[in-house]
Design a protein. Structure first.
Length: 279
């Protein structure tokens, strides 16, 4: 067996074929010393406006209702919405060991830039590497305590922050959120292939805005056209774990800061997959 070369004088050319040359750099950072998290789940999409925060909060509510200790890391630094959904105010407590997350009325622990800033409407104007560093600090400096599940609500796309989450945090798997528009094939494929390149398992796909259900006759109306998510998931070799309709009552509850009361039954299949991770 070939031995790894430790010669500091090696050049790129001389080390061609060396076993150590194929090693991937390790960007992993250690979790806060007063935190223990069993499962870290990323909620991602290839584009914005598909309802990642809604899916993240819905899953957190479901798991908390089932008795699992649950948290949300709001990694969408420039567009944080999780604290508002739960009616949480700004202001964070800290100790020498780090920052304490806020706790929603249903017990879900939440860390977001919007509970650190003195004004929740203050914009975060930073370049990508700074945003990525903030997310890393949510991992290293937040005293999460004991959690069964931590959901990471990520910004859209495949930029600095998702890359940092995949490389630096102990992400066990991701859920991809999509919508029925024609671009969905490309958008889902981008998110899937990024996870694949990062060696992160894709647990499945959730489709939002799938339809509106008529309150009178119960007919499902495909506002954004017919869904192709089943065939797209099949092509990628993953599962569809939920199709959510447009529900104005859910949106109103989030606007009122009362989302802790929402139990989203359209994500039951996704919850089943998450529970399997604990068995």
């Amino acid at each position: 067996m070939a031995k790894e070369c430790n010669n500091s004088e090696c050049t790129k050319e001389s080390c061609e074929g060396c076993p150590s040359s194929s090693k991937k750099p390790d960007f992993h950072v250690d979790l806060n010393g007063e935190s223990r998290i069993r499962h870290v789940i990323g909620i991602v999409s290839g584009k914005g406006g598909v309802g990642k925060s809604f899916v993240t909060a819905s899953l957190a509510n479901q798991m908390a209702m089932m008795g699992y200790r649950t948290g949300i890391m709001d990694a969408d630094i420039t567009g944080p919405s999780i604290p508002k959904m739960y009616g949480l105010q700004t202001g964070v407590m800290a100790s020498n060991s780090g920052m304490y997350p806020k706790e929603a009325s249903n017990g879900v622990k939440i860390m977001s830039i919007n509970i650190i800033l003195p004004d929740e409407e203050e914009p975060v104007i930073c370049r990508g590497p700074v945003l990525a560093n903030m997310v890393t600090q949510f991992w290293t400096d937040t005293i999460w305590g004991d959690l069964d599940y931590l959901f990471v609500d990520m910004p859209p796309g495949t930029g600095d922050v998702p890359l940092t989450v995949f490389q630096s945090l102990d992400v066990e798997g991701i859920l991809i959120v999509s919508s029925p528009q024609d671009l969905v094939r490309m958008i889902v494929a981008k998110a899937y292939k990024m996870a694949e390149k990062m060696d992160i398992p894709v647990l499945g796909v959730v489709e939002n805005y799938s339809y509106i259900q008529c309150p009178d006759c119960g007919k499902k109306i495909s506002v954004f056209g017919e869904s192709h998510i089943d065939e797209i998931a099949a092509e990628l070799g993953t599962k569809v774990l939920g199709k959510m309709p447009i529900r104005t009552d859910y949106a109103e509850t989030a606007d009122k800061g009362e989302f802790a009361s929402v139990i989203n039954e359209y994500l039951d299949e996704a919850v089943v997959e998450l529970v399997k991770l604990s068995k």
